[in-house]
Design a protein around this ligand. Structure first.
Ligand code: MG
Length: 380
């Protein structure tokens, strides 16, 4: 089936027919391409369902309309598919990578990951990208013949967006590109930038919805201001949510169009003819210099005004305490862990990794419940 679905792709697109394939050989599907199959396995995984209750910026219970990791991942996939289709790249692959890219995230967003990494400093650390790969390679247990989801090489490569050199050296073929300083497929590069487009724009939307940032403050962000002015010219007197939505959708469109045009020109200029050429070229999926500057200004704005807002800091501090205390109580008392997460090996680093897997897999509300169960004296 893969040949039929992948026939119309550009010569430098990733194809299942020329892929190194899966770690554990499987017969081809009668109805789907191999990358469609990866996407479907990801959607049916336990880790994917957990994304619904994991924080993006706002903790899940703070409001029903804020993005969660699940809705964020769906938005990333939507943007990435548009980009891929316009560039004649493998839409099924970008969708699979996008839906899986955050599977390894801890509860409470980056605060949770930083806390867990600090707890794990004597046991080889914790990186959420590496954890996403670990989820699809090892932790999901659904199939009789293998651990994990047994995904295609290119899907796994796209999930492992960043990786420290010492970890890359332990990973074999999938870590090689970090050592050889080569690029991943264009599909992986697209999923990476689609992630950025999605969170920059939805964090503005969620930030305004929460009241932590205001439309007045956003006047200093050129990308926002330009599109807000355009919306007011087109719809005089427009206000409230409608004005914000009309502005944000224009910003997303501007970023998408710029990325398509710039990447297409880069691909042409580099003269790449195959995925192998893509790997040896510099990164080809990119914004124009002007748009890059504007996107960076937007990021800076969000960092100063939203991610470091004192109300967000309060949640971050609480998240750090929950993760750190959970790790502490489990590592000093592994008998408190569910049996699956206890190890008889007696090796503390093996036990620490199991504790990290347990904590990383928790949703925000599960982590809070577990914290109360273990630390609140009036809770059983
Ligand atoms: Mg993301």
């Amino acid at each position: 089936m893969s040949q039929i679905f992948e026939a119309a792709l550009a010569p430098y697109a990733a194809r299942s027919t020329t892929s190194p394939g899966r770690g554990f050989a499987e017969s081809a599907s009668d109805t789907r391409s191999e990358f469609q199959r990866d996407r479907d396995r990801i959607i049916h995984s336990t880790a994917f369902r957990r994304l619904e209750y994991k924080t993006q910026v706002f903790v899940n219970h703070e409001g029903d309309l804020f993005r969660t990791r699940l809705t964020h991942s769906i938005e990333v996939a939507q943007i990435a598919r548009s980009l891929a289709r316009n560039l004649q790249l493998n839409e099924d692959l970008v969708e699979a990578i996008s839906l899986a890219h955050d599977l390894g995230h801890t509860p409470f967003g980056h605060a949770g990951q930083d806390a867990l990494n600090a707890c794990m400093k004597d046991y080889d650390g914790f990186e959420h990208n590496l954890q996403s790969l670990r989820v699809v390679d090892k932790l999901e247990q659904r199939y009789g013949a293998f651990d994990g989801l047994n995904l295609m090489f290119e899907t796994r490569e796209g999930i492992l967006k960043h990786c420290s050199l010492p970890h890359a050296q332990q990973l074999g073929d999938i870590g090689l590109r970090f050592i050889e300083k080569k690029q991943p497929s264009l599909e992986a590069q697209i999923a990476n930038l689609a992630d950025e487009i999605a969170y920059n724009n939805h964090d503005i939307d969620d930030g305004l919805r929460s009241g932590l940032i205001s439309v007045e403050q956003l006047q200093e962000v050129a990308l926002y201001e330009r599109h807000r002015a355009e919306v007011e010219t087109l719809f005089p007197g427009i206000s409230g949510r409608r004005a914000i939505n009309e502005t944000v959708r224009r910003m997303i469109n501007a970023l998408v169009v710029d990325l398509i045009d710039t990447s297409r020109a880069n691909i042409q200029a580099a003269g790449v003819k195959s995925l192998n050429d893509v790997r040896n070229a510099p990164p080809l999926v990119a914004f124009s210099e002007g748009m890059k500057q504007e996107a960076q200004a937007l990021k800076r704005f969000l960092r100063h005004n939203l991610y470091q807002h004192y109300l967000v800091n309060r949640m971050t501090s609480k998240a750090r305490r929950i993760v750190t205390d959970l790790f502490g109580i489990f590592i000093s008392g592994p008998q408190l862990l569910p049996p699956d997460y206890q190890t008889a090996s007696g090796d503390v680093s093996v036990q620490a990794r199991k504790v990290a897997d347990y904590i990383a897999g928790m949703t925000d509300r599960y982590a809070m419940r577990e914290y109360r169960r273990l630390f609140a004296v009036d809770e059983i």
